[in-house]
Design a protein around this ligand. Structure first.
Ligand code: ATP
Length: 329
């Protein structure tokens, strides 16, 4: 193996740079050259790459975002373009490709592997942690940290004005960020896609909890964490209902894209470093169509398809625990 390529695709996540750095160093230490395709799969189609050198990866471990830029690439869903991508990889003399991204990026990687006869390896990079076959994804821990810091801050003002705050966090279809930022931020209630049945049922649950907290003379501010895009008709509807039913001033805090940014926390740096180094080993071992996942703190090779096979479950203990430790406020 003489040369490998790396790209970042789909939603960016803190720690992608740390992964690029680790893969670069692991490869260079084996005498392997490294190039980086820019703008996700777009770079692969346009032969748009950078040749990494040592100075490119200096001070990279702590930087948010991705120096290779991320992007969506609609064209890559068509076979003719993937054939072009495979030809470009051959033309550039690439012996293995590492794709850092989410489920969509892995689907593209799998389809590329079907037509390219060198290793394509996926590394899970998304703040949502919604990839099966790995305990964690790169960026997830940092996103929780960002959400928790925001909850801490908003509680100060919620307390001062005795308000209800609805904190809207990312996660796509998964409640990992919501559940864990709710626990770590000491929130009073969390609304998760995994347990959400209907707005009416959930509203009853929230009002019940607020009622019990007030009966127990809990603090008069209340923090409710909810996964993005979950409440039918939008959060204003929930906000109005809570305000009307409780008579308490209710506000919405939407965290949005700040959750994707910032310097990665140590958990993401270590995860990214392990997976970046391991992905290079997988290329050297000529593994095909596989993902570098983490299982009980050790890297593990799993088929790329595993990432989408099942819905990755939330931690059941964490889910039941939140009620036990928030009822009294
Ligand atoms: P995140 O979940 O963090 O947004 P993701 O990798 O799932 O990351 P997507 O936008 O779903 O993000 O996919 C990223 C890119 O992967 C797409 O723009 C496209 O280039 C490629 N891709 C996605 N789905 C397919 C598919 N079915 N076939 C080929 N390529 C695909």
């Amino acid at each position: 193996i003489k040369k490998i390529a790396i790209l970042t695709s789909g939603g960016d996540a803190p720690g992608m740079n740390a992964c690029i750095r680790a893969a670069y160093l692991a490869a260079r230490n084996e005498g392997i050259e490294v190039i980086g395709y820019q703008h996700g799969y777009n770079g692969l189609l346009k032969q748009d790459f950078v040749e990494f050198e040592h100075r490119d990866i200096r001070n990279l471990i702590q930087r948010g975002g991705t120096v290779l830029y991320s992007a969506r690439c609609e064209k890559f869903t068509k076979e003719e373009h993937r054939i072009k991508a495979a030809a470009n990889l051959d033309e550039a003399g690439i012996d293995g490709l590492i794709v850092i991204g989410g489920n969509g990026s892995f689907k593209g990687a799998e389809l590329l592997q079907d037509i390219w006869d060198k290793p394509v390896i996926g590394v899970p990079g998304t703040i949502d942690n919604d990839i099966a076959g790995t305990d964690y994804t790169i960026g997830y821990h940092t996103a929780i940290q960002t959400a928790v810091e925001s909850i801490d801050k908003v509680r100060d003002t919620a307390d001062a004005f005795e308000r209800i705050f609805i904190v809207d966090v990312m996660g796509r279809e998964a409640g990992f960020i919501a559940l864990n930022s709710a626990i770590a931020g000491g929130a009073d209630h969390v609304v998760l896609p995994e347990t959400f049945e209907s707005a009416a049922d959930e509203l009853v649950r929230i009002l019940d909890k607020l009622d019990q907290r007030r009966k127990n003379h809990a603090n008069s501010s209340h923090i409710i964490v909810i996964t993005e895009n979950l409440w039918p008709g939008g959060l204003n509807i929930l906000c109005d209902s809570l305000q009307t039913e409780t008579g308490i001033d209710t506000r919405i805090l939407t965290l949005g894209h700040v959750q994707r940014g910032g310097s990665p926390v140590w958990q993401d740096r270590i995860l990214a470093s392990k997976l970046g180094a391991f992905a290079v080993e997988m290329v050297i071992n000529d593994e095909r169509g596989r993902m570098a996942g983490i299982r009980h703190r050790y890297p593990e090779s799993v088929p790329l398809g595993t990432s989408r096979e099942d819905r990755k479950p939330l931690n059941h203990y964490s889910m039941s625990m939140l009620d036990k430790i928030t009822l009294l406020g």
